[in-house]
Design a protein around this ligand. Structure first.
Ligand SMILES: *[C@@H]1O[C@H](CO)[C@@H](O)[C@H](O)[C@H]1NC(C)=O
Length: 656
C-alpha cells in the first residue's frame, strides 16, 4: 500500500500511531512519500502456528532455546554477568519463576527491591539480547520453601487448600496477580517487551487435586493481564497424569531429562495425546538434578546432556534447560521433598544443580559441550565465552563463642513472639516463616524409669533438653520420634527446640511446621499421658535478631563456655575476616562443624550441615563482602569444630 502524502496518511485511521510505529520499527521513510508496509508487519505478536507446528514471532517461524535462571537465587549485582554468559552459549531466552513468598513475605507487605527487583532482571535480560519466559506460578515448586507459596496463607486460613478452587486461596491469588501481573504487563512481547511466554500453574498434572475449575479460573485470571500479548502455556511431566494439567485454550508443554530423552518418541506422543499439534516444547530439560541433605550430590554426565539436547533439537523442538544457572538458596528458602509416603528430605542450600553454569556462575565443561550443539542450531551472538570469575582463598579465621541461644539473654534477644497455651503452637500459628521455635513445659512425675517421650507430629527436627541439658535429637527425616527420659525429673523444665528444615515444595500438602500433635509420655499400664501448658517461643533467626543478640553479648562481655558437642543448646559465634583488596567470590568451608546457619555482614548465607553433607562449602558472592572488616556469624546447633576455626577457600566442595 502506498500513500501519496503525509497528510493523506495522517487522515487514515490511527495515522499518527502508524507513523510512530513505522519509525519505531525502523522502516525506510522518505519525506513526502511514505511506504506503508502491510498491516501485519506492524503487529508485534508472538503466536502459535498449529498447522506448521511452530511459534511465530511477527508472523515468522521462531524457535527458542532458553535457560532457567531464577533471579532470587543470585545477588542482583551479578545478574547481568550471568545473563550474558547464558547468551554467549547461544541461548535466545531466559526462563524464570516468580516467587510469591519473596515479594509478599507478610500479608499485605510487598517488596520489589534488591534481589526482589524482578523488573530490573527482565530489563537486563532484554538488554543482553534474551527473550523472557515467565513462570509466575503462583505455585512454583522450584525446590523452594512451600513451592513459593507464602507461609502466611496458612496463618490466615488454617484449612486452606492451595492450588484448588478454595475461595480463600483464589481470592489471595487474585490480589497477588493484581499486583505482580500488572507490573509484568509492560514487558509482554505484544506491548513491546521481551516476555514471549507466560506459564499457568506448574506441573499441575502431578498434583492430586486435578481441579479443572481452578485451572480454568487461573487461566482467566492470568489472561486478564496477558491477553494476546504473549503465549499462555502449561508444563507437565509426560506421564498418565498429563491430562490433569491440560487447560483448554492454553498451550501444553512437557518436561524431561536424560532418562526420558532415551524414549523421546514416547514422550512426544504423550504430549500429543493432549495436544495433537503445535510446536514441541521441553520446558525443563534437566542437565543436572536437585540434591537433598544426607544423600549423594546429583551429577549428570556432560556428554550425555549434550547428546540428549541435540536429539531434542533434531525434532525441531523448543527447549528450556532447567537449570542453566542454578545459584543458591540463601537464607531459609530451600524447600524439601516427600516423594515416598512419609519420606521427608530437605533440599541443600546450594542450587548448583550440576547445571550448565556452576553455582558461582562460571562456565563448565558441560557449558562448552552445550555451546557446540547450539552452534549447529542457533544464530550465535558475537560474544566470547566468559572467563571464570576470580575466587580467593582468604584462609582461616578464628570464631569466638559469643553466647548461648537458650540462655535468658539469648532467648530474650532472639524471640519475636511468645505464646502460652494448652497446646504447642505451629510456626504458622505464630505467623513465623522459618528458623526455630522453642517449646517449653514442666515435666510431671514419671511412672516408669526410663520412660519414652514421643513427639509424633514433628516438623521437622527437635533438640530435646531437660533442665537445660541436651538429651538427644528427634528427626522427621530419619523417622525418629521418641527418646527415653529418666525418672526423677518431676518439675524439671522440658525444652523442645524445633527446626523448620524447609517446607515441601513438590506436590505440596500443607507442610506446616513445629509440633503439630500431642507430646506424650509412657505410663506403667502401657498407655500414655499427654503434656499440656506449653510456651511457644518464636526464634526466626533473621539477621536483625542475631545482631541484637551480638550487641547485648558484646556489651555484657559474657560469652559461652561451650565447645565440642553443645550440651546446653545452640551457640552464636563471631569472627572477623579482613580483606585488603577488592573482594572476590569465595567459598566458606564448614568442615568440622555440625549443623547451623551462617551469616556474613548480616547476609544469611543459608543452612550448613557438613555432618551429613554432601554440601561442605557455602558459596559466598563477592558483592556481599567488603574491603576491610567482614563480620562472620555462625549459629551452630550441635557441635563446634575442635579449633573453632572456619576457612575460606577457592574451590567448591559439594560432593562429600
Ligand atoms: C476460609 O478461611 C476461614 C478462616 O479459616 C474459614 O472460616 C472459612 O471456612 C474458609 N472458607 C472456605 C471456603 O473454606
Amino acid at each position: 500500500m502506498k500513500s501519496k502524502s503525509s497528510t493523506n496518511l495522517l487522515a487514515m485511521t490511527g495515522g499518527l500511531l502508524l507513523v510512530s510505529a513505522i519509525i519505531a520499527i525502523g522502516m525506510r521513510f522518505v519525506l513526502g512519500e511514505i511506504t506503508v508496509p502491510p498491516l501485519h508487519y506492524l503487529e508485534r505478536k508472538f503466536t502459535i502456528d498449529y498447522d506448521r507446528n511452530v511459534f511465530l514471532m511477527d508472523s515468522k517461524p521462531f524457535r527458542y532455546v532458553s535457560g532457567s535462571f531464577h533471579y532470587f537465587r543470585a545477588v542482583p549485582e551479578v545478574w547481568r554477568d550471568r545473563l550474558r554468559t547464558m547468551r554467549a552459549c547461544g541461548l535466545n531466552a531466559v526462563d524464570t519463576y516468580i516467587e510469591w513468598s519473596l515479594h509478599n513475605p507478610k500479608d499485605g507487605e510487598y517488596t520489589f527491591e534488591g534481589i526482589a527487583d524482578v523488573e530490573r532482571f527482565i530489563k537486563i535480560a532484554e538488554e543482553e539480547g534474551l527473550y523472557v519466559i515467565l513462570r509466575p506460578g503462583p505455585y512454583i515448586c522450584a525446590e523452594r520453601d512451600n513451592g513459593g507459596l507464602p507461609h502466611w496463607l496458612f496463618t490466615k486460613y488454617p484449612g486452606i487448600k492451595p492450588r484448588t478452587s478454595d475461595t480463600n486461596y483464589t481470592s489471595e491469588v487474585a490480589i497477588w496477580y493484581g499486583n505482580i501481573m500488572k507490573r509484568m504487563q509492560k514487558y509482554l512481547y505484544g506491548r513491546g517487551g521481551p516476555i514471549i511466554m507466560v506459564q499457568v500453574e506448574n506441573e499441575y498434572g502431578s498434583f492430586d487435586a486435578c481441579d479443572k475449575n481452578y485451572l480454568n479460573w487461573l487461566r482467566d485470571e492470568t489472561n486478564k493481564y496477558v491477553r494476546s500479548d504473549a503465549v499462555l502455556f502449561t508444563t507437565d511431566i509426560p506421564n498418565d497424569r498429563i491430562s490433569c494439567g491440560k487447560i483448554d485454550d492454553v498451550f501444553a508443554t512437557t518436561d524431561f531429562g536424560l532418562e526420558r530423552a532415551q524414549e523421546i518418541d514416547d514422550v512426544w506422543s504423550t504430549l500429543r495425546s493432549v495436544q495433537p499439534n503445535g510446536p514441541l516444547v521441553n520446558s525443563e530439560f534437566y542437565p543436572g538434578w536437585l540434591t537433598h541433605w544426607q544423600e549423594p550430590n546429583e551429577r549428570r554426565d556432560a556428554t550425555a546432556v549434550a547428546e540428549a539436547l541435540r536429539n531434542i533439537l533434531t525434532y525441531g523442538a523448543n527447549v528450556n534447560i532447567y537449570m542453566f544457572f542454578g545459584g543458591t538458596n540463601f537464607e531459609f528458602t530451600a524447600g524439601a521433598n516427600d516423594w515416598g509416603f512419609g519420606n521427608y528430605t530437605p533440599d541443600i542450600t546450594s542450587y548448583d544443580y550440576d547445571a550448565v553454569m556452576d553455582e558461582a556462575g562460571d562456565v563448565t565443561p558441560k557449558y562448552m559441550k552445550v555451546r557446540e550443539v547450539l552452534q549447529d542450531y542457533m544464530i550465535m551472538p558475537n560474544l566470547e565465552v566468559p572467563e571464570k570469575s576470580q575466587k580467593t582463598a582468604y584462609g582461616s579465621i578464628q570464631l569466638k563463642p559469643m553466647g548461648d541461644v537458650l540462655s535468658a539473654t539469648g532467648i530474650e534477644a532472639l524471640s519475636t513472639k511468645k505464646v502460652i497455651a494448652k497446646m504447642p503452637m505451629s510456626f504458622e500459628e505464630l505467623d513465623q516463616y522459618s528458623g526455630l521455635v522453642l517449646y517449653e513445659t514442666v515435666l510431671p512425675k514419671l511412672e516408669i524409669d526410663p520412660t519414652l517421650l514421643t513427639v509424633n507430629k514433628l516438623h521437622d527436627r527437635a533438640l530435646i533438653y531437660v533442665d537445660g541439658m541436651f538429651l538427644g535429637t528427634l528427626s522427621r527425616q530419619n523417622k525418629i520420634y521418641s527418646l527415653p527420659l529418666n525418672a526423677g525429673s518431676e518439675g524439671a523444665k522440658l525444652q523442645i527446640l524445633v527446626e523448620n528444615q524447609g517446607r515441601i515444595n513438590f506436590n505440596i500438602a500443607n507442610d506446616t511446621k513445629g509440633i503439630l500433635g500431642p507430646v506424650t509420655l509412657q505410663k506403667l499400664n502401657g498407655s500414655t499421658i499427654e503434656l499440656f501448658d506449653w510456651s511457644s517461643n518464636s526464634l526466626p533467626l533473621e539477621s536483625e535478631q542475631i545482631q541484637k543478640f551480638l550487641d547485648i553479648q558484646k556489651k555484657s562481655g559474657k560469652c559461652s563456655e561451650q565447645q565440642g558437642i553443645l550440651l546446653n543448646g545452640p551457640v552464636v559465634l563471631y569472627g572477623e575476616l579482613t580483606i585488603e583488596t577488592d573482594p572476590t567470590d569465595t567459598y566458606l568451608d564448614t568442615d568440622g562443624w555440625g549443623k547451623g546457619v551462617a551469616y556474613i555482614n548480616g547476609f544469611n548465607l543459608g543452612r550448613y550441615w557438613p555432618l551429613v553433607g554432601p554440601q561442605i562449602t557455602m558459596y559466598v558472592p563477592g558483592p556481599i563482602l567488603r574491603k576491610g572488616v567482614n563480620e562472620i556469624v555462625f549459629l551452630e546447633y550441635q557441635k563446634t569444630s575442635p579449633d573453632l576455626r572456619i576457612k575460606f577457600s577457592d574451590v567448591a566442595r559439594l560432593d562429600a
